[in-house]
Structure formats: C-alpha cells, structure tokens
Ligand binder design. Structure first.
Ligand SMILES: Cc1ncnc2c1ncn2[C@@H]1O[C@H](/C=C/CNC(=O)c2cc(-c3ccc(F)cc3)cc(O)c2O)[C@@H](O)[C@H]1O
Ligand SMILES: [Mg+2]
Length: 214
C-alpha cells in the first residue's frame, strides 16, 4: 500500500532529526519540504514571525486550529514555558496519527494536547470539557473558509480576553478575504499584516496578527 505525504514527512523526521530536539525536527521538515516534497507547513520564513509573536505573548494557554503534521505545533510548543499548554485541533485522524508522532519525536507531548475533531464542535467544549478559562494566543491555519466562523465562535464562547492575540496564516495565499475584512474593520480588533512568502516558495503570503480589545 502506498504511503501518504504526511507519512513520508514523518519518516524523514525519524531519519534526520534527533529525538527530544525540537529544532532538529523543524529543520528536518523544512528540508524535506524544500528538497523532496512541498507540504503546507507554515514553513521557516513565516515560522520565524510565528516564533516572534509567540515569544512576545508568552501564552499560558494557546490554541492551534489545524494541526496537519504538527510542524507549527512543535514551533509553538518549544517556546512555551513549563506548566503552560497548547491545545491543537485536527479533524483528520490520519494526520493526527502522524502529528502525534512528530510532536513526540520533538519531546513536546507533555505541553501539547492534540484533540481529534472539528473546530466548530470542539471550541464550544473548551471551557467545560477541557477546563480552559480563556486563550492568550490562537494560531489559525486550518480550512481558510473556517477562520471567520471560528473567531466569531471563540468570541461567543467567551474564550478571548482583552489582549488575546490571534495569528492567521495564508491571509494572501490561498487567502482569507472575509476574515481579513472582519479583523481589519471591526473596532474590537487591532490588526497588523506581516508580509512574507508562501512556505518554501517566492510567492507572496503573510500572517495577520490581530489583538482582541475586549
Ligand atoms: C474545521 C476544522 N477543524 C479541525 N481541523 C481542520 C478543520 N479544517 C481543516 N482542518 C485540518 O487543518 C489542516 C488544513 C489546512 C488547510 N490549509 C491549507 O489549505 C493551506 C494551503 C496552502 C496552499 C497554498 C498555495 C497552494 F498552491 C496550495 C496550497 C498553504 C497553506 O499554508 C495552507 O495552510 C488539515 O490538517 C485539516 O485536516
Ligand atoms: Mg498554512
């Protein structure tokens, strides 16, 4: 039976990266995607911007929408201090199986709670089932037509606080026009665009950082 791209990416991590060394996992995935097979990880260039924002926020509780292979999960979790946690949501069970192994190879499984399911179903459960009071940081990198629905859901569920930072991938390519319009025009958000490139290419893309003002 044929392997999938996520499975081949995992093999590259297990072959090239050192167990317990998140940076080597990140580099192994970036090299695989740059030289072997492109994959939709946030990548090294946008990843450096993600790192800066995460370090600046220094979140106690963070949320990621769309785990995929766990690349950005590792990038975020490696920066989190002890006793903090990252909840990451992924509805494709096959991708979740790969992501769990990538996260474990990096030695970050204790900081990460990977939940298999759709964000629309799981976000309303965050307070009761997952004991979340509010999120300090949210990284959006799942289906692009879900970004707007999901931040409205996060607002409604009282999961955002004054100062919560939302960082959205792919606001140019593939693009998230309705989301951009919302966070840039809604007075409850202070938004800023970080120009960059689509992972592993020269195509323009960028991240939108939006602060919820409460
Ligand atoms: C509601 C819900 N709940 C839970 N998990 C959910 C979910 N919706 C999706 N997921 C999960 O998240 C990932 C999906 C990511 C979608 N990302 C992209 O489509 C994407 C595409 C490109 C791209 C750019 C130019 C091209 F020519 C081709 C592709 C680049 C990117 O960076 C992307 O992120 C994937 O793991 C999916 O299962
Ligand atoms: Mg993306």
């Amino acid at each position: 039976t044929w392997s999938t791209r996520p499975q081949r990416l995992l093999k590259a991590v297990q072959k090239k990266a050192t167990r317990g060394d998140p940076q080597s996992v990140i580099s192994a995935i970036d090299n695989f995607c740059r030289h072997k097979e492109w994959a939709m990880n946030v990548g090294d260039e946008k990843g450096a911007i993600l790192d800066c924002v995460v370090s600046e926020v220094n979140p106690s509780t963070a949320l990621e929408l769309g785990t995929y292979c766990g690349y950005s999960t590792v990038r975020i979790a490696r920066l989190l201090p002890p006793e903090t946690r990252l909840i990451t949501l992924e509805f494709n069970p096959d991708y979740a199986v790969v992501a769990r192994q990538v996260i474990a190879w990096a030695g970050l499984q204790d900081k990460v709670e990977l939940v298999v399911g759709a964000s629309g179903d799981l976000i309303p459960q965050m307070k009761q089932q997952f004991g979340v009071k509010e999120f300090d940081f949210v990284f959006l990198d799942h289906w692009k037509d879900r970004y707007l629905l999901d931040i409205k859901l996060l607002e409604e569920c009282g999961l955002l606080r004054r100062g919560t930072v939302l960082l959205a991938d792919n606001v140019i390519c593939p693009g998230t026009p309705e989301y951009l319009e919302y966070v840039r025009t809604n007075p409850r958000y202070e938004s800023r665009y970080f120009k960059s490139h689509l992972e592993y290419t020269k195509v323009e893309d960028g991240l939108e950082k939006s602060i919820f003002l409460g």
